[in-house]
Design a protein around this ligand. Structure first.
Ligand SMILES: [Zn+2]
Length: 590
């Protein structure tokens, strides 16, 4: 549990791994158990427990002078005190209490972490062990973690020691749950690890999260390998900086920590900003990938700032959820810096960030299109080397998903600060949340029927056309503002169902493309040597396909040289695929 085990999950290994071997405890020794005599309530003071253990160990003759700090295991870590109600019916003579645990110090001021075995889980032990070599608490969200008497109405709140992404937060991880007059929020980035044989406490295996990379660097810059670090000055004016950051648990030769240094950085680093990407992996496996828990997979920002009494500390300054939601950026409080996540790798292994001095507000719309076949007439079948190909007149319902992407709104990332207000208009109709049917007027003046679904959490809008309305275009407009309506910006896109078309069935077109690859293989060409792949823009796709048509016609001539039969087959395929682009097709002309 403490030094090493087969799963590499022991407390020392936690710190060893998370400092990239820098902190290794290799000169540490586990001393023999000693018995100590303590007063009835001495266990309620961790410094007294530490002193008793230290004195009893020193009395066995070992030399404790050369050690920087100590860890004391108290077994079982419980004591008995006289019951003030003893003698009354059903009352025992003594009550059991649990010893005080945590990191204190010996009379000579060397640190000592005290772990009552019956009440110490793995997460708590990693936290308190972190204090011994000098890790401090982080600061950030207002929380109730420092309210030791939670039964009274005196709600104590502090920004100390609790945020969702660092082991030095310990236990409450930024949660606020006491005062009913305030917004409540909750973070729990821990998880239950493999059982450690012989450890008696039922909750002993609550583990994680990793220390914030920011905390490791602040503790000792040498504990973060150069290869995993990117350091840049704060961008100025309109200049932008682009950075690719890998998840914090990646191998050390990938950049996992970004440091942004302002020109005004203080002597203790005040103003410095740390950015890291925390995914649900390794010691962060307890990080959540959905839901309202604060400890979601995210790009996490810390900054160094002074505290009222503890000096310069790492402050949690918010996060940007991954995958991206509506609010894709964050303005670092008290700094003129906007951090935007502009892309996330498909495997979620890395994120691409853009950093720029605070600018205005922006909103963009992403549209993804799916056409669903609802009717077909006059269908004919052709038997070809590529299998049976169907042509006919097909009716399609268009199903478009409009995703808003905003920059610059509600950037503080505090959970009680709602990020922004978003409204959607289709034509002149304002879309309400939930499922509805609307009848906007299209750009050519006809009334059309559209099914709308607006998700009130993500602000994603889904529009479904009715094939019987034919082809039309209607404007889709998205307006973003702060909750009070300030900083309003809008963006527009078009919803353009095609209604009906005559030609090759869409699924056959896919099969045809695959078959085309085989024919091209005869002359050792790959489709990607010739063809521009379909993109998101239907207009450009048409243009691209005209280019593809030309290229394939040239390829067919090459194929003729190798195999006249394959050349003929290729021409007929090309005609099927792209013939309609030339209004019926002069495919094969010279
Ligand atoms: Zn602590």
């Amino acid at each position: 549990m403490l030094i090493a085990n087969a799963d590499d999950t022991a407390v020392f290994e936690y710190w060893h791994v998370n400092t990239f071997d820098y902190l290794d405890f290799s000169a540490s020794i586990m001393f023999d158990w000693v018995d100590v005599n303590m007063g009835a309530s001495d266990g309620q003071k961790r410094n007294l427990s530490a002193k008793a253990a230290y004195d009893a160990t020193a009395a066995t003759g070992v030399d404790l002078a050369g050690y920087d700090g100590f860890i004391v295991l108290m077994l079982p870590g419980t004591g008995l005190i006289p019951n003030p109600e003893a003698g009354q019916p059903g009352q025992p003579d003594f009550l059991t209490y649990t010893f005080d645990g945590g990191t204190g110090e010996l009379p000579d001021q060397r640190p000592a972490a005290v772990f009552p075995v019956m009440s110490s889980d793995h997460m708590f032990m990693c936290h308190a062990t972190g204090h011994v070599p000098g890790y401090h608490h982080t600061y950030g969200l207002m929380n109730n973690g420092t309210d030791w008497n939670q039964t009274d109405k005196n709600y104590i709140e502090s920004p100390e020691s609790r945020e969702p992404y660092d082991i030095m937060s310990s236990a409450s991880f930024g949660s606020r749950w006491e005062n009913p007059a305030e917004t409540h929020y909750f973070g729990s980035p821990t998880y239950f690890g493999p059982k450690v044989a012989g450890w008696p406490f039922f909750n002993a295996f609550k583990m994680g999260p990793a220390p914030a990379r920011a905390q490791v660097h602040l503790w000792d810059g040498a504990a973060v390998p150069k290869a995993s670090l990117i350091e840049i000055p704060t961008p100025k004016g309109s200049s932008k900086k682009f950075v690719r950051l890998y998840r914090a648990t990646s191998y050390l030769w990938f950049p996992t920590l970004l440091i942004v240094k302002p020109s005004t950085e203080g002597a203790s680093g005040q103003g410095r900003i740390y950015v890291e990407y925390r995914d649900a992996q390794g010691w962060d496996v307890g990080v959540k990938i959905s839901g309202s828990d604060l400890s979601r997979r995210a790009v996490v920002v810390h900054a160094l700032a002074d505290t009222p009494s503890d000096g310069t500390r790492c402050w949690y300054r918010g996060r940007i959820l991954v995958p991206l939601e509506t609010d894709g950026d964050l303005i670092v409080p008290d700094q003129k810096l906007v951090i935007r996540v502009i892309d996330v790798s498909p495997s979620l292994e890395y994120v691409d960030l853009e950093l720029v001095e605070t600018s205005g507000h922006e909103v963009h719309i992403d549209q993804s299109i799916h056409d669903i076949e609802v009717n077909v007439v006059n269908e004919t079948v052709r038997h070809t080397p590529c299998g049976d190909l169907h042509s006919g007149t097909y009716s399609l319902d268009r199903n478009s998903v409009f995703t808003p992407v905003t920059y610059g709104y509600g950037g503080y990332g505090a959970p009680d600060r709602p990020s922004l207000k978003l409204t959607w208009q289709v034509g002149s109709v304002t879309v309400a949340p939930g499922n509805h049917v609307i009848n906007p007027i299209s750009t050519d003046g006809k009334s059309v029927t559209i099914h709308t679904t607006l998700d009130s959490t993500t602000d994603v809008l889904v529009l479904v056309s009715s094939a019987s309305d034919g082809a039309y275009s209607v404007e889709v407009r998205c307006t973003a503002s702060e909750l009070d309506g300030s900083n309003a910006q809008d963006a527009a896109d078009d919803f353009e169902p095609i209604g009906q078309y005559t030609g090759l069935r869409r699924t056959d077109a896919v099969a045809l493309r695959a078959c085309l690859s085989k024919l091209l293989a005869v002359v050792r060409l790959r489709p990607r040597d010739l063809l521009i792949p379909p993109g998101p823009d239907p207009f450009r796709e048409n243009e691209n396909n005209l280019i593809n048509l030309e290229r394939l016609e040239k390829a067919a001539k090459l194929v003729d040289i190798v195999s006249a039969k394959t050349g003929v087959e290729l021409r007929s395929m090309v005609k099927l695929l792209y013939g309609s682009l030339r209004g019926g097709g002069n495919v094969g002309r010279d």
